[in-house]
Design a protein around this ligand. Sequence first.
Ligand code: IMP
Ligand code: MG
Length: 173
Amino acid sequence: MQRRSEPLISEQAIQARILELAAEISRDYVNRELVLAVVLKGALMFAADLSRKLTVPTSIEFVRARSYQGTRSSRRVQVTVFPEENLAGKHVLIVEDILDTGYTTHFLLDRFRDAKPDSLELCTLLDKPARRNIPVAARYVGFTIDDQFVVGYGLDYEEKFRELPAVYVLDET
Ligand code: IMP
Ligand code: MG
């Protein structure tokens, strides 16, 4: 499987959008205890860059949910990592790489709600609304994209391409 040579979203475009998102989030969370709940592994790069542009004090937690094999989504969602911190009274912002069918995020939102945070919102680098099977909306969206499988900047195809600084369409031919 090859990626296209030209990025769909360039490194410059990603970084510029992150500055805008960070400004918006910093405004919204002023005087609140913000917890970034980073969804492994895909949101690693995005969360690292985003968190460094926030101007509000932030703590970082990790969560891992698996629902995917190859390029096809499955409904099975397994949470293998979840914050040990007490989230009651905190303002949790889930940081995702991509919102696709919505199953993973829907399941994660349920898990976080059980932990009784003061607020719970979602920030995703990419949104593929065409494939949504279950209604989930993100408060903060980096880029809305068409129904194509993308890799890079944290997103993988069978664990490959995560390290690329830009987002590329995977050629499924
Ligand atoms: P959902 O449960 O279908 O919304 O799937 C969300 C997860 O599927 C994401 O967190 C990604 O790990 C993976 N995923 C969905 N679309 C893509 C894609 O285009 N490239 C890489 N991973 C994807
Ligand atoms: Mg993911």
